[in-house]
Design a protein around this ligand. Structure first.
Ligand SMILES: [Zn+2]
Length: 152
C-alpha cells in the first residue's frame, strides 16, 4: 500500500500550516525575461552583469536558494548557446550553399560560441530561478517579513 502523495513528498509541506507564496508561472517567466526578481518583480537582483546579489533587496529571497543552485542556470545557458550555435551553423550553410566558405562560417560560429553565453548569462539566472520558484514556491522563511506583510 502506498503512502499519500504529501507523505511521499517528504512531510506534506502544503498540509502542515507552512505558508507558501506561489506566483503565477507566466508572471514568473515575464519577470525573469526582464531580468527582474521572479518572486517580486523588483530590479536589484543583480549587482552587475555577471554577479547576483545575495538576496533580492525587495522580497529578500536568496538569489541562490540552495547550494549548487547555479548549476541549473549553467544548464539553461548551455542549452541556449548551443541552440544559437546550431541556428548560426545551419543558416550560414543554407545562405552559402552550394559554395560553402568554411573559414568565415567557422569564424561566425566561434564568435557565436563566445558571445552568446555572456549575453544570455543574466537571463539564464533569472529563468532558472523562475523555474525553481514554479516547482518549489517560496515559503515564509525565505522571504523578508516586510514583503510577506503586503500579501504578494
Ligand atoms: Zn524579489
Amino acid at each position: 500500500m502506498s503512502a499519500p502523495f504529501a507523505e511521499r513528498r517528504g512531510g506534506g509541506a502544503y498540509d502542515d500550516g507552512v505558508t507558501t507564496h506561489p506566483v503565477n508561472r507566466w508572471t514568473l517567466l515575464g519577470r525573469a525575461l526582464r531580468r527582474r526578481c521572479p518572486q517580486c518583480g523588483s530590479k536589484g537582483f543583480f549587482a552587475s552583469w555577471f554577479k547576483l546579489n545575495d538576496h533580492c533587496p525587495n522580497c529578500g529571497i536568496a538569489c541562490e536558494r540552495v547550494a549548487g543552485h547555479f548549476v541549473g542556470a549553467v544548464g539553461f545557458n548551455t542549452i541556449f548557446s548551443f541552440g544559437m550555435l546550431l541556428i548560426v551553423l545551419l543558416s550560414g550553410t543554407w545562405a552559402m550553399y552550394p559554395d560553402i566558405r568554411v573559414i568565415p562560417l567557422l569564424a561566425l560560429c566561434f564568435a557565436t560560441a563566445l558571445v552568446m553565453p555572456i549575453l544570455f548569462w543574466p537571463l539564464s539566472q533569472t529563468l532558472w530561478m523562475a523555474f525553481d520558484l514554479a516547482w518549489r514556491p517560496a515559503d515564509e522563511s525565505e522571504l523578508d517579513p516586510r514583503y510577506t506583510m503586503t500579501g504578494s
